[in-house]
Design a protein around this ligand. Structure first.
Ligand code: GLY
Length: 335
């Protein structure tokens, strides 16, 4: 079997001051015999610790109260094991905590204070604040705009908060992808084993306690032996509604190519998106969702609602790592 690691684009964009990206680290560890979950976690940890990515780990965009809350999950198809954490505060390396849930417990998901207590018991240092100067400044700007907005507009606070985030991304204050930014990374080992990891700070300025797709099996990731692995980045609620990663893996089990399975999942998201606050002027979703999928033979693809030259995914094989274009379902700009 030709080993393979795929990830969202941030898996080959950030190095946290080191020499390797996530997919390079994960691939190198995996082919040298490291357990695939451990290899993937070490890879995504690079991005979680890099403050340049404001969508995961340290320096990611906090909740509405200014507190960074992280969701992460790992799934090992060969061992039929999984572990996740949701709404975890105080530990930047949420994927590593999720891996301890997988390894050390028979549970699949720990949340909130319980997840943090588990991390502390495992020896993870708990810090008071995971904001960087940048993530705190962006949150304060969002708060300032929300206060001004509430005085004038008839929108609900949630709709207004979301609209302000879109405005801030249109003005270039933040990458629109980081509104729900996430890193997903999955692997096919030389022995044909499949594993997947997803980690995120979730929706920027979310209601405290909001959990998206990333920590939920079947939504933010899924991996089953002899079928494939899939994961997502983008608006988590859309994946939760359709359990898209499960949908994609089961389609691949029935023989669908990863690209066709991912495009079909995106079609369901478009059909399910009817709330006016989630539609752009062309009545299409005003958010992006991207899927990353590989089957058990090593065919792979990534598909997004909206594509473009800068909408790519990371691939690492024995020939090295590169960014490749994602396929897209919809034409035109997202906003
Ligand atoms: N996909 C990340 C989230 O929506 O939480």
């Amino acid at each position: 079997m030709r080993p393979l690691v795929i990830a969202s684009a941030n898996g080959h964009e950030f190095t946290n001051g080191g020499r390797e990206t996530c997919v390079e680290r994960a691939f190198a560890l995996m082919v040298s015999g490291t357990d695939p979950i451990q290899a993937l976690v070490e890879g995504v940890t690079i991005v979680e610790l890099d403050p340049g990515d404001t969508s995961v780990g340290f320096g990611s965009l906090p909740n509405a109260d200014g507190i960074v809350e992280l969701d992460a999950c790992c799934m090992d198809a060969s061992r039929r094991r999984a572990g996740g954490v949701a709404a975890l505060q105080g530990v930047a390396t949420a994927a590593a905590v999720a891996a301890r849930v997988l390894e050390d417990t028979s549970h699949h998901l720990l949340a909130g204070a319980g997840a943090q207590a588990f991390a502390r018991a495992c020896g993870f240092p708990i810090v008071d604040d995971l904001n960087s100067e940048r993530s705190r400044a962006l949150w304060m700007e969002w708060k300032r705009r929300l206060a001004a907005h509430e005085a004038t507009a008839g929108m609900s606070r949630i709709e207004a908060g979301y609209a302000i985030g879109l405005d801030m991304s249109l003005e270039g204050l933040l990458d629109a992808n980081h509104l729900w930014g996430t890193i997903h990374c999955s692997a096919l080992t030389p022995r044909g084993a499949l594993a997947a990891v997803t980690t995120t700070s979730g929706l920027a300025w979310k209601l405290p306690g909001r959990v998206g797709d990333s920590s939920i099996l079947g939504a933010g990731l899924y991996a089953r032996a002899e079928a494939g692995a899939a994961g997502s980045t983008g608006r988590g609620e859309s994946n939760l509604f359709g359990l898209s990663s499960f949908f994609i893996v089961e389609a691949m089990r029935r023989g669908a190519h990863p690209k066709d399975a991912a495009i079909d999942a995106l079609r369901h998201i478009v059909a399910d998106t009817t709330a006016p606050a989630l539609l752009n002027g062309r009545r299409q979703p005003n958010f992006n969702v991207k899927f990353y999928a590989m089957n058990a033979r090593g065919d792979h693809a990534s598909a997004a609602l909206y594509g473009g030259d800068d909408v790519r995914y990371a691939v690492c094989t024995e020939n090295g790592a590169e960014l490749r274009l994602c396929d897209a379902l919809l034409d035109g700009p997202m906003l």
